[in-house]
Design a protein around this ligand. Structure first.
Ligand SMILES: Cc1ncc(COP(=O)(O)O)c(C=O)c1O
Length: 166
């Protein structure tokens, strides 16, 4: 494996070359059933023709604009997601870490707006994983992710999980 990657992940000695639906293939042609799904990011499978077509169409049209501009397709997607779910607002993120960070910040802001700024405590389970931002590692209280990143942020309380309880 390349020594030029920052060593933040323990990677299995296995690489995939392509995917098709729920199947993954190595460069040697070995086939695997994808039970990981990119850790919940490829729930629609790999290389579905309709998704490939949508990606190609967008790639030829417009790659990226900042959130300082209106993004009509983003609004359409937010409308469709809220119509199909419990939520009435959408915040698009690039990762689970950002989603957790957003949830933690919204919880604090909620209590601040309600006139209870002292309500800052977040309870996490020891040894959990919520992502790699400062807030997320402090919420998880997992030494693997907090060691060397002190001091611990205030307002994070950890309780033993079923697996860490003696
Ligand atoms: C429970 C949980 N929270 C947060 C994350 C972080 O997500 P991401 O790697 O997309 O930042 C993960 C990723 O595995 C997760 O399993």
């Amino acid at each position: 494996m390349s020594g030029h990657l920052l060593g933040v992940y323990n990677r299995a000695p296995l690489a995939f070359d392509r995917g098709e639906g729920a199947r993954l293939f190595t460069a040697e042609g070995d086939s695997y059933l994808d039970c990981v799904g990119g850790i919940a990011t490829t729930g629609l499978g790999h290389a579905h023709p309709k998704l490939v077509e949508a990606l190609e169409r967008q790639g030829r049209k417009l790659w990226h604009v900042s959130n300082i501009f209106q993004i009509p397709d983003q609004e359409t997607l937010a409308d469709r997601l809220t119509a199909a779910s419990f939520a009435d607002r959408v915040f698009f993120t690039n990762s689970g870490t950002e989603a957790v960070e957003c949830a933690l910040k919204m919880a604090r802001r909620f209590h601040h707006h309600r006139g209870n700024p002292e309500r800052i405590e977040v309870i996490g389970f020891t040894g959990a994983f919520h992502g790699r931002t400062y807030a997320a590692v402090n919420a998880a209280a997992n030494p693997t992710y907090t060691e060397g990143f002190g001091p611990q942020l205030p307002g994070y309380v950890s309780v033993p999980s079923a697996t860490t309880r003696p």
